[in-house]
Design a binder for this molecule. Structure first.
Ligand SMILES: O=C(CO)[C@@H](O)[C@H](O)COP(=O)(O)O
Length: 242
């Protein structure tokens, strides 16, 4: 696939997340991969969606080395590239903090297939990863997030393996969903559907909420990576000028 087309498709998938009401401000990101060239196209980090253009997309190799682009790639790049390396048949990855899917991720609950809307898209429950260890959070956190997803699908820790093509989504414990597809359009579409089936599942269940705050380590890791250790309240170091 030509890179120009992939840039446009990735931009369009990011905008679909906005249209679907899945992202707030600059939360979330979408990427696509050109398997022939071994190149990933991903949204830049912290840029308002209404300013995004195809030329703003960042191109990296499958290890996350920047090949083209002047802006920083999404802070979730290493999760995307790990999923491309490990799940050889997927063509696009989407990450959102959509409210209902994220509520399940925060509660540490998989989304049970309660009905046919779910079954139309996901051949079984949408799984949730194991919590990341403090060591993983303090280390290569973004890559470890991808590793936790892969471990869940490989059936490690005595859990059944899952085919990533049959269930194209995973909830990352205490964080949010990652969703994939063959194309950027399909991945964004799956993310919109995931949020719909999460909302339906929430309403089907009397959800037992996990009332505990995320670990201090995880709280710190997220807050400080966005704001910097000495940032003033309300200032984000992630905003980028175009
Ligand atoms: O997971 C998170 C934040 O917790 C991310 O979704 C970011 O909010 C998106 O960042 P960029 O893609 O703009 O770097």
């Amino acid at each position: 696939m030509r890179l120009t087309q992939l840039r446009e498709e990735v931009l369009e998938a990011n905008l679909e997340l906005v249209r679907g009401g899945l992202v707030l401000y600059t939360f979330g990101n979408a990427s696509g991969v050109d398997r022939e060239q071994g190149l990933v196209v991903i949204k830049p980090s912290g840029v308002d969606y209404d300013k995004l253009k195809p030329e703003h997309m960042v191109v990296t190799d499958l290890e996350g080395n920047i090949i083209e682009g002047n802006l920083r790639p999404s802070s979730d790049l290493d999760t995307h590239t790990l999923l491309y390396r490990e799940f050889g048949e997927i063509g696009a990855v989407v990450h959102t903090h959509s409210e209902f899917a994220t509520s399940f991720a925060q509660a540490g609950l998989p989304i049970t297939a309660f009905g046919t809307t779910h079954a139309d898209y996901f051949h079984g429950p949408v799984p949730v990863t194991a919590p990341l260890s403090d060591e993983a959070i303090e280390g290569q956190y973004v890559r470890e997030t991808g590793a936790a997803i892969v471990a869940r699908f490989r059936g490690e820790e005595d859990r059944a393996a899952i085919d990533p093509l049959a269930v194209p989504a995973c909830l990352v414990y205490g964080h949010a969903p990652f969703v994939w597809g063959r194309t950027p359009h399909e991945a964004a579409h799956n993310a919109v559907v995931l949020e719909t089936i999460a909302r339906m599942a929430y309403r089907t269940l009397l959800l037992e909420a996990n009332m505990q705050q995320v670990s201090q380590t995880l709280l710190d890791r997220h807050y400080f990576r966005k704001h910097g250790a000495k940032a003033t309240y309300g200032q984000s170091r992630k905003e980028q000028d175009l």
